[in-house]
Design a protein around this ligand. Structure first.
Ligand SMILES: *Cc1c(COP(=O)(O)O)cnc(C)c1O
Length: 391
C-alpha cells in the first residue's frame, strides 16, 4: 500500500481496532491498557455505552444543519457548561486550537473596543495552545514554530509561574489586553504552578483591565478532580477554552466567556461551519451527564491522590526520579534524563503512556479507571522506570 498520509506524525507501529473502557485491542488482538486516553480525550474510556448510544441515536435523527439555524442541542450544552463553570456564553468549534483562536479574537476585539490599536496577549514559556498560526505563535515551544515564520504579531512571552514577570510587562506596555495561560501545563511537562499563581493573575488582570484567559483544553472536564482546574484556585476567568475530553472523541471545542468578554462577538465576527453541530453537541451533553451521574469528577480527585501516593511509595528514594507530581488524573513523573524510549518499551508490554518535555512520563488515564486498574498502572510504570534507570 502506498503511503498517502502526510508525514506530520512519527507514529508507533501499531493500529488499534476496538476498545472497551480502559482497554484497547490491536489488529492482532493483543490487549493494551490505555493510561493516556488518546491524550486526555476519552475521559470516559473507549466505546462507552451511553456515548455510543447517544451518537447512534443522533446520527439517525440529525447530524448537521449549519449555524444558519437555531440548534437546540447547542443551547442545551451551552446551558450545562455555563452552569458548571460560571461563564455566560459559549462559542462552539471543532478543536482546541480553534477554541483558542476564538479566545485570541475575543481579546483583540476587547482591545480595539478600548482604543488599543495593537492589542497584545501575554503568553507563557513551555505552553502549548495548538498548531494554527496564531496558536503556534502563542505556544512557548520553538519546535512548534520553526519553519512557519512569519509568526503572528501581538504576543509577549514570560516564564510560567512568575507573577513578577507579568507585573514587569504591565509596567512597560500599554498594549496588553489579556493573559492566556494553562492552569496546569500539559505538553510542557505537567507543570503545576504555585497555589497563588492563578489568583495573582486574576488580581493583575483586574487592576489592568485585562482578560484572564485559561486554556483548559487538557485540564478541563473533570480531569484534575474539579470540573475545571481553575476551580482549585477560587478564581473565575473571563475566557476559558475546552476541547479534548468534551466529546469523548467526537471532535468538539468550546470557547466560554463571561461579562464583557462574552459580549465581544457580534453576528459576522466569527464562525465555524461544523461548530456545535447536533451530533457533537449530543455527544458532549451525554459526557456531562455521565460525568455527573457517576460522580467521576470526585472520583478523579480521589484516584489522583491514590496514584500519587502509590508512585511515591513505589519510587521514593529511587535515584534518577526527580519529581512525582500531579493533580487528579494529570500525572507526571520526571526523570533526570531523556526517557522517550519508555513509550515503546511500555507499548511492547501492553501499556500506553506518553513522555513529554523529554524527561517527563505523562499519564492521563480515563476517569473511569478503577482502583484495581490504578494498581496495575502504578506497578507497571514503576517497574519500567526502575528497569530504565538501572539499565
Ligand atoms: C491539545 C491542546 C491544545 C490543542 O488542541 P487541538 O484539538 O489539538 O487543536 C491546546 N491547548 C492545550 C492545553 C492542549 O492540551
Amino acid at each position: 500500500m502506498a503511503n498517502h498520509i502526510m508525514s506530520t506524525y512519527k507514529r508507533l507501529p501499531i493500529q488499534f481496532q476496538r476498545g472497551e473502557g480502559i482497554w484497547l485491542w490491536d489488529s492482532e488482538n493483543k490487549q493494551y491498557l490505555d493510561a493516556l486516553s488518546g491524550i486526555a480525550v476519552c475521559g470516559l474510556g473507549h466505546a462507552h455505552p451511553a456515548i455510543a448510544q447517544a451518537i447512534a441515536n443522533q446520527a439517525g435523527l440529525l447530524v448537521h444543519t449549519s449555524n444558519l439555524y437555531g440548534i437546540t442541542l447547542q443551547e442545551q450544552l451551552a446551558d450545562g457548561l455555563c452552569e458548571l463553570s460560571g461563564m455566560d456564553r459559549v462559542f462552539f468549534c471543532n478543536s482546541g486550537a480553534e477554541a483558542n483562536e476564538a479566545a485570541i479574537k475575543i481579546a483583540r476585539l476587547y482591545g480595539h473596543n478600548r482604543g488599543i490599536h495593537s492589542p497584545t496577549i501575554i503568553v507563557m514559556e513551555k505552553s502549548f495552545h495548538g498548531r494554527t498560526l496564531a496558536t503556534l505563535t502563542a505556544t512557548g515551544n520553538r519546535k512548534v514554530q520553526a519553519g512557519f515564520e512569519p509568526l503572528v504579531q501581538g504576543f509577549i512571552r514570560v516564564p510560567y509561574n512568575d507573577l513578577a514577570a507579568i507585573q514587569t510587562v504591565a509596567a512597560n506596555s500599554n498594549d496588553v489586553v489579556a493573559v492566556l495561560v494553562e492552569p496546569i501545563q500539559g505538553e510542557g511537562g505537567i507543570n503545576i504552578p504555585d497555589a497563588d499563581y492563578l489568583q495573582g493573575i486574576r488580581s493583575l488582570c483586574n487592576e489592568n483591565h485585562w482578560l484572564m484567559m485559561l486554556d483548559e483544553i487538557q485540564s478541563g472536564m473533570g480531569r484534575t478532580g474539579k470540573w475545571f482546574a481553575w476551580q482549585h484556585s477560587d478564581v473565575t476567568p473571563d475566557v476559558a477554552t475546552l476541547a479534548k475530553a468534551l466529546g469523548n472523541g467526537v471532535p468538539i471545542g468550546a470557547c466560554l466567556a463571561r461579562g464583557k468578554a462574552a459580549e465581544m462577538m457580534k453576528p459576522g465576527s466569527h464562525g465555524s461551519t461544523f461548530g456545535g453541530n447536533p451530533l457533537a453537541c449530543r455527544a458532549a451533553i451525554t459526557v456531562l451527564e455521565v460525568l455527573e451521574q457517576q460522580h467521576l469528577v470526585a472520583h478523579a480527585a480521589t484516584l489522583g491522590e491514590y496514584f500519587l501516593a502509590g508512585f511515591h511509595a513505589a519510587l521514593s528514594g529511587q535515584k534518577g526520579v526527580t519529581s512525582i507530581r500531579g493533580r487528579g488524573l494529570m500525572i507526571g513523573i520526571e526523570l533526570d534524563r531523556p526517557c522517550a524510549e519508555l513509550v515503546e518499551k511500555a507499548l511492547e508490554q501492553g501499556l500506553l503512556i506518553n513522555v513529554t518535555a523529554e524527561r517527563v512520563i505523562r499519564l492521563l488515564p480515563p476517569l473511569v479507571t478503577t482502583v484495581k486498574q490504578a494498581d496495575i498502572i502504578i506497578e507497571h510504570v514503576s517497574e519500567l522506570v526502575r528497569e530504565f534507570l538501572a539499565g
